[in-house]
Design a protein around this ligand. Structure first.
Ligand SMILES: [Zn+2]
Length: 280
C-alpha cells in the first residue's frame, strides 16, 4: 500500500483558501492527495457585498456556509473551522475584541492545530509568510500558529494529549514574487481594468509580494482555474461585482492565477521545483 499523501493548508479567513492555494487544493485532490484546510476565524468583520445576503449579525454564519461551498468546489477532504472571531485590521476596535483571534490564547490555537497535524499526518504544510502576505493581524497569527504547530507536532513532549507525535516533511509559505505582481498590474491595465498595484517597489516597507529570489516552487494549476474561480465566487458576501477579483474577466483570470507560487522553508531537494510533493 502506498503511503497516503496529505496536504494541510492553514488560512486565516473564509475565502483566503482560494487565491493563493485554491489551485493546489483542487489539483492535489484530483491527483489523489488528501487535502485538509484549517480556517482560523469566522470572517465576522468582512464585507457584505449585498444586504440581501447577510447582516453584520449573521455574517459569520453566512460565511461559514460560503466556506462549505468553496471547499466542496475544491474537493477538500476535511475542513476544520477553529471559529475564532475575525480580528479586523490593526488599529480597529475589532482588533481589541477579547474574542478575536488576535487576542485569543496562542497556546490554545497551537494545541488545536497540533492535534489536526497529528490526526492527519500531512507530508506538506502550507501557510502564509511572516507578514501574513500583507500584514493582516489574523494572517500574521495564522502564520505563527501554523509554523509553531509544524514544529511542536513532531515533539512528543509537547501537548501529549493531542495525539502521537508527527513530523511533516515540508513547510511552505504561499508567496507572490514581485515580478508576478507587476506583470499582473500590466495585464490588467492592458485590459482596461484599474489595478491596485500601481507601483511594486523592492523595499522592506512594500506590503505586497516578496523578492523573486525567495520563491522556490512554481505549481501549474491552470487545469483547475475554473474550480479556483468558482471557489472564490462561492464567497458571495465578499465577491461583489466591484470586488477586485471579480472585475478580472474570466479570460484573463487563468493567465494571472494559473500558477501558484511558494517559498519552501523546510524540506530539501533541488529548487526551483514545480511540485509541493517533489522528493517525497
Ligand atoms: Zn484573510
Amino acid at each position: 500500500m502506498p503511503e497516503p499523501r496529505t496536504l494541510l493548508a492553514v488560512h486565516a479567513h473564509p475565502d483566503d483558501e482560494c487565491i493563493s492555494t485554491g489551485g493546489i487544493l483542487a489539483r492535489y485532490a484530483a491527483e489523489g492527495v488528501r487535502t485538509v484546510l484549517v480556517t482560523c476565524t469566522d470572517g465576522a468583520v468582512g464585507e457584505i457585498s449585498d444586504p440581501a445576503l447577510a447582516t453584520p449579525e449573521n455574517l459569520a454564519e453566512v460565511r461559514s456556509r460560503e466556506l462549505d461551498e468553496s471547499v466542496r468546489v475544491l474537493r477538500v477532504s476535511r475542513l476544520v473551522k477553529l471559529g475564532y472571531r475575525d480580528s479586523g485590521m490593526a488599529g480597529t476596535a475589532d482588533n481589541d475584541d477579547p474574542r478575536s483571534f488576535a487576542q485569543s490564547s496562542f497556546e490554545e490555537a497551537l494545541e488545536r492545530v497540533v492535534r489536526v497535524v497529528r490526526e492527519e499526518q500531512p507530508r506538506v504544510v502550507v501557510t502564509y509568510d511572516e507578514r501574513g502576505g500583507y500584514g493582516h493581524p489574523d494572517h500574521v497569527r495564522a502564520h505563527r500558529v501554523a509554523v509553531a504547530a509544524f514544529e511542536a507536532a513532531g515533539d512528543a513532549g509537547r501537548f501529549p494529549a493531542a495525539g502521537p507525535a508527527w513530523s511533516a516533511s515540508k513547510l511552505y509559505y504561499a508567496v507572490v514574487p514581485r515580478s508576478a505582481m507587476r506583470a499582473m498590474g500590466e495585464r490588467m491595465r492592458a485590459a482596461g481594468i484599474e489595478a491596485p498595484f500601481r507601483e511594486i517597489r523592492e523595499d522592506e516597507d512594500m506590503p505586497f509580494g516578496v523578492p523573486d529570489e525567495r520563491v522556490t516552487t512554481f505549481v501549474d494549476v491552470s487545469k483547475y482555474i475554473a474550480d479556483k474561480r468558482a471557489s472564490l465566487v462561492a464567497h458571495r458576501t465578499q465577491m461583489g461585482a466591484d470586488q477586485f477579483f471579480m472585475r478580472i474577466p474570466e479570460s484573463l483570470f487563468g493567465d494571472i492565477f494559473g500558477r501558484e507560487t511558494f517559498q519552501r522553508v523546510v524540506g530539501s531537494g533541488p529548487v526551483p521545483e514545480d511540485d509541493l510533493f517533489a522528493g517525497l
